[in-house]
Structures are given as C-alpha cells and as structure tokens.
Design a binder for this molecule. Structure first.
Ligand code: CAA
Length: 380
C-alpha cells in the first residue's frame, strides 16, 4: 500500500491550488452574490486542461488519471464550489459517457471541443416528476426517417442555460421501463430545444441550473449514444463516476470551511484568550479534520479503483455519502466556531454551508446512496 502521490499528481495539484487561490477564491463571493456564471474561469480552466482531464489527448483531453482529476477538483471546489460542479459535470457526466460509448465520429464532433474546454456539456436525466426513480422517464424519443423526435422536460440541469450540448435520456420503448431507455447527444442549436425555467438556488449560486424543454426536438439518428435501450445502464455507469466528482466537490468545501474555522479560532478572543484554547472548540476542530481525512481516503480509493478499471459502484456511493454528509457537518461547525460572524456574508463560511447542502441531494440523494450501498452488500 502506498499513500504517496506521484510527481505528476503533485505537480497538477500544485498548479490547481495556485490557480484556485489566485483566480477563483477572490472572485467566489461576488459571483455567488450576483449568481454570475464563471465563464472566464472556465475558459482558463480549459486552457489548463481541467475540463477533460481523463479524456485521451487524441480526443482533446489531458489523458490523466482519476486521482489527478480529484486532486484538481478538490482545489477548485475549495475556492469556488459553483465552478467545481460545472467542471465535474463537463468531465464526468458529459465527456465521460461520450468517450466510453461514442463512435469516433461522435467523439470528433461532440467530445474534442468539450474536453478542450471550448464548449460546455450537460447531462439530462432528471425530470419534473422523476428524480430518485430515474427509470421512470417520461421523455420520449420516436424514430422518424433519419431523425429521432424527442418530447419531454428535463429538470435541474446543471449548466443548462450555458451548455452547448447535452447527453439526454429518453424512452424509445415506454413499455419496457428501464430497458426501453436510450441516450442521445443533443446540441443546443437543434430545432425544438429551449432552455426553460432558470432556478434561483440556496447555494452554488454561480453555477447555472435550468429545465430543458424538448418539443418535437429533432435529433439526427447518428446522435444515438451507444445502442437503443442501453440508456439506463449508460446513465447509471456514468453516475458512478459522477458521484466521485460530487464527493470531491464536498471534500473541497469541507477543507475550505475547516481552514477558515481553524484560522478564526486562532484570532478570535473570548474570556481573555483565543477561542482555540477552549476544549469545546478543539474537539470541534478534531472531529472536523478527522471526518475530512476519512472523506479524502474514500474519494481517493474510489478514484484509484476507477483507474484500475475495477467496478466502483459501491466505493463511489460510499465516498459520495460520507463526504457530502461530512461537508454538511463541517460547514455547520465552521459557522458555529465563527458565532454570529459565521452567519453573515462578510465571512465565507456562510457560503460554504449553503454550498454543502446540495451535495447530499444531486447525483443521487444520501438515501439513494444508502440504497445503492446496501444492494451491493446484499447481492450474491
Ligand atoms: N452501472 C451499470 N448498470 C447499472 C448500475 C450501475 N451502477 N446500477 C444499476 N444498473 C443496471 C442493473 O444491473 C439493472 O440492469 P438489468 O435490468 O439488465 O439487470 C438495471 O440497471 C436496473 O437496475 P435497478 O433494478 O437497480 O434499478 P432501479 O430502478 O431500482 O434504480 C437507482 C436504481 C439506484 C435507484 C437509480 O434509479 C438511481 O441511481 N437513482 C438516482 C438518480 C440520480 O442519481 N439522479 C441524479 C441526476 S443527475 C445530476 O444530479 C447531475 C447534476 O446536474 C449535478
């Protein structure tokens, strides 16, 4: 067993840390306040190779391993969790399934510019009445001539208003439930696709979230991703990797909140001494750092397993469950240590607390992670 990072991994981590501290962190509060999409940061991240990190170089990516990806994403998310989720979705939920299931022609058009960070991708699975029960898709796709005609509404789509293309799931055979779902690559410019309601959110306010309405949306036959009816398995397999990303986003938020609380506890005085002298504060810091360390180990284990080509459904769900619950625990404690100041916008812990909340909801709630974990433990 070896916990040491390789020289390349250390170098990428350092590069991400410097970029995040110098460019992202100073802008994060203002972007959050204005709910402003971080376009200029994403452009720079594309140039740094952060938008398609695990995609081979021949398809526009950086050709790195998943461990390098989580090291980078942790730094980005610690500085700006909104930028973190946007990076995660493009890397794992959009580029991920296209590199795995796409044809060479699809990769040339729909992967290369996205992996380079010149274009942005999204993932459309959830619907207004279909969240946790992802197999209950109501969006339909009917083949007419050389086009599929898609009808339905996709909900809570990360980067929806800003994405150039998305992987969309729809029923090609409604009678077959999950065995009748197919996946499509849908471009924003296609006839019949419009951005619907843009959500106003509690946290990750600088990321964009909207519904996507498909009304007789015309999708060329060659944009079917994988085979017809393979969609549910593509969606689930993609989410295994996506969940490693959200676990990492949560880890980054936790680390940022912990560092802010530690620093504050060494400055703030009460009863004639810094509050870090009090056991009540020390125990909070000890619990926070221990849970963060455990989250990081779970995240790195899941990333390492993916890199070994091993199935990691269980490990990704465990990492996501623990790391997201930890980020809610840690950010709450960070606010507590800051007292009244922690509740105000002048300190960043208030934003960390709001940002942490979603990590227990998207890409499968904590309840769904427990279900996935239990099913994996109990299967023959
Ligand atoms: N990889 C590949 N295939 C898988 C799989 C996996 N991880 N998990 C299940 N499957 C396959 C099964 O093998 C089974 O295949 P067969 O029928 O051929 O045997 C099939 O899928 C059905 O599996 P289940 O019986 O387990 O399906 P289910 O209907 O009981 O649902 C679920 C499983 C785990 C609850 C699933 O619906 C789920 O993950 N729900 C949560 C959805 C989710 O995470 N949504 C997030 C939206 S995306 C998002 O949030 C992105 C964003 O913007 C940030």
């Amino acid at each position: 067993m070896d916990f040491e990072l390789s020289e390349t991994q250390k170098m990428i981590q350092q590069m991400a840390r410097e970029f995040a501290k110098e460019q992202l962190a100073p802008a994060a509060a203002e972007l959050d306040e204005k709910a402003e999409f971080p376009s200029r940061h994403l452009k720079k991240m594309g140039e740094l190779g952060f938008m398609g990190m695990m995609i081979p170089e021949e398809w526009g990516g950086s050709g790195l391993d998943t461990v390098s990806y989580v090291l980078t994403l942790e730094e980005i998310s610690a500085a700006c969790a909104s930028t973190g989720v946007t990076m995660s979705v493009n890397n794992s939920l959009y580029c991920g399934p296209i590199v795995k299931y796409g044809t060479d022609a699809q990769k040339k058009t729909h992967l290369v510019p996205f992996a380079r960070g010149e274009k942005l991708g999204a993932y459309c699975l959830s619907e207004p009445g279909t969240g946790s029960d992802a197999a209950n898709q109501q969006t339909t796709a009917v083949l007419k001539g050389d086009k599929y005609i898609l009808n339905g509404t996709k909900n809570f789509i990360t980067s929806g208003p800003n994405a150039d293309a998305m992987v969309v799931f729809a029923m090609t055979d409604k009678a077959k439930r999950h065995k009748g779902i197919s996946a499509f690559i849908v471009e924003k410019g296609f006839t019949g696709i419009v951005v619907g309601k843009v959500e106003k959110k509690l946290g990750i306010r600088a990321s964009s979230t909207s519904s996507i309405v498909l009304q007789d949306c015309e999708v060329p036959k060659e944009n079917l991703l994988g085979k017809e009816s393979d969609g549910f398995s593509i969606a689930m397999n993609t989410l295994d990797y996506g969940r490693i990303g959200i676990a990492t986003q949560a880890l980054g938020i936790s680390q940022a909140a912990f560092e802010a609380a530690l620093e504050y506890s060494k400055q703030r005085e009460a009863f004639g001494q810094t509050i870090s002298n009090f056991q009540a504060i020390q125990w909070m810091l000890a619990d926070m750092s221990t849970r963060i360390a455990a989250s990081r180990l779970l995240v790195h284990r899941a990333a390492w397993m993916k890199d070994q080509g091993k199935p990691c459904t269980l490990e990704a769900a465990q990492a996501k469950l623990f790391s997201s619950e930890t980020s809610n625990f840690v950010t709450n404690k960070a606010v507590q240590i800051h007292g009244g100041y922690g509740y105000c916008r002048e300190y960043p812990v208030e934003r960390y607390l709001r940002d942490a909340r979603i990590t227990e909801i998207y890409e499968g709630t904590s309840e769904i992670q427990r279900l996935v974990i239990a099913r994996n433990l109990l299967k023959d």
